[in-house]
Design a protein around this ligand. Structure first.
Ligand code: CTP
Length: 407
């Protein structure tokens, strides 16, 4: 986080007593911190404390002419590389979700292009309230990172979900949120993961055994390498990797729609999802009753998401996965060529391999090269795969630059 500019917003909640420690943790990582307090926050911790730990005067008033003259709130919004609001009270989340600009912190959040993270902290019943749930859903859909809350004893004497995450945990997550300087720094990466569900009737569907773990690991590894990552996920119960924007979908058609919507500006597309190849030709409107001895389901082909992306004239670097039960490498090479991919990662599935397990074994093929990533945990393999992709992308853009220099 060296040299990065972080705005730490503090709103009114008892957890504000932990926020000076967050400021320290962020500064320890080399970042500059500007603290912005709401009026309510000042009821819990003094500005003097934050000034001491941040080394800068605290901002809290939109109408403070002297502070505005030094750095106006719009300048401050531009100055920020990231904004983290910890604790974020129920009131603050509501104001942020409504797009209000009624104090310095909300105005700044509205005016900044930097990523925003919030660490909610409140009584567990307030957190569970439908109004708070709806506000959090709106914020998450807009790309605001929701860190926590955790579960445990609360200041009100009750116990439940609503505790602010610990400052060290928040600082680590924040680090992942910043546009990175890793091998994929500044790149936009789109990943698909998990199975899809194809409806038979309102209560039944056809799906497959994909757990989504490999795809989530790939999204995490890309994020760690500094990329801006969007993860389009089929129905899986996995937590979203820190700093990754997730879009949940159900069917192959939904997945294609989400991918095409997110595609503009994407530098790298990684298709790990086990997309259904066929779906019921007609989903019944009502539950199918068991009238007959036999039921035949007519099926039709779904769109191939990966091949659709790879066939575009303006396309990103495209990486596919091949899940095979036999002739793994040969089938993968055929898919690499047939789907016009830049790279394919092949793994053997079935016979208790790969699906839902914590580890995997990958062979990575490009048109000119072959790499064995061996047998390892899915995150280790994902990091190895991302390193190979970054190398290949760098080599290609180097070759392109040399080509244009010659021309
Ligand atoms: N894929 C996709 N859309 C589909 C089917 C597959 O995007 N409708 C992608 C997968 O995400 C994977 C790659 O295509 O990256 C290969 O998937 P796989 O299931 O191994 O192969 P298929 O193309 O479905 O071919 P087959 O089932 O005949 O092996």
């Amino acid at each position: 986080m060296h040299g990065k500019h972080i705005v730490v917003g503090v709103t009114g909640g008892i957890a504000a007593y932990k926020s000076p420690d967050l400021v320290r943790r962020v500064r320890e990582r080399g970042a500059e911190v500007q603290v912005v307090m709401t009026g309510a926050a000042r009821e819990f911790v003094t500005a003097t404390t934050f000034q001491a730990v941040s080394g800068r005067p605290v901002r809290s008033d939109l109408w403070d002419a002297q502070a505005e003259a030094a750095m106006g709130h719009i300048e401050l919004a531009r100055w920020a590389d990231a904004v983290i609001v910890a604790p974020a009270s129920a009131d603050f989340l509501a104001r942020l979700a409504a797009g209000m600009a009624d104090d310095l912190l909300t105005t700044l959040c509205l005016a900044t292009a930097a990523p925003i993270a919030v660490a909610p902290a409140m009584n567990h019943v307030m957190w569970a309230n439908a109004a708070t749930r709806a506000n959090v859903a709106v914020l998450a859909a807009r790309g605001v990172q929701i860190y926590g809350p955790g579960e445990g004893d609360q200041a009100c004497g009750e116990s439940g979900e609503g505790r602010m995450l610990e400052p060290l945990d928040l600082a680590e997550r924040l680090q992942l949120l910043l546009p990175g300087e890793g091998s994929l720094g500044g790149r936009r990466v789109l990943v698909t993961a998990g199975p899809t569900r194809e409806r038979i009737d309102p209560v039944r569907f056809i799906s497959n055994r994909s757990s989504g773990k490999m795809g989530f690991a790939v999204a995490q590894a890309a994020r760690e390498a500094g990329a801006n990552v969007v993860l389009v996920a089929g129905p899986v119960g996995l937590p979203t990797p820190a700093g990754v924007r997730r879009i949940d979908v159900e069917s192959a058609a939904d997945m294609l729609g989400a991918v095409l919507q997110e595609l503009p500006g994407t530098d790298l597309f990684i298709s790990t999802a086990a997309v259904a190849d066929y779906r019921p030709a007609r989903a019944a409107q009502q539950k199918i009753k068991k009238h007959d001895e036999r039921l035949d389901l007519a099926m039709e082909r779904t769109a191939d998401v990966l091949a659709t992306v790879a066939a575009r004239s303006e396309r990103p670097f495209v990486v596919g996965f091949a899940a095979e039960t036999e002739s793994v490498e040969q089938n993968a090479r055929t898919k690499l060529l047939k789907k016009n991919l830049d790279m394919i990662a092949a793994n053997e599935v079935g016979h208790d391999k790969a699906f839902d397990s914590e580890d995997n074994q990958l062979i990575v093929l490009t048109r000119g090269a072959r790499h064995e990533l061996g047998h390892a945990g899915k995150l280790t393999l994902a990091r190895g795969l991302i390193a190979l992709i970054a190398q290949e992308m760098a080599a290609r853009s180097g070759a392109r630059q040399r080509g244009s220099a010659l021309a």
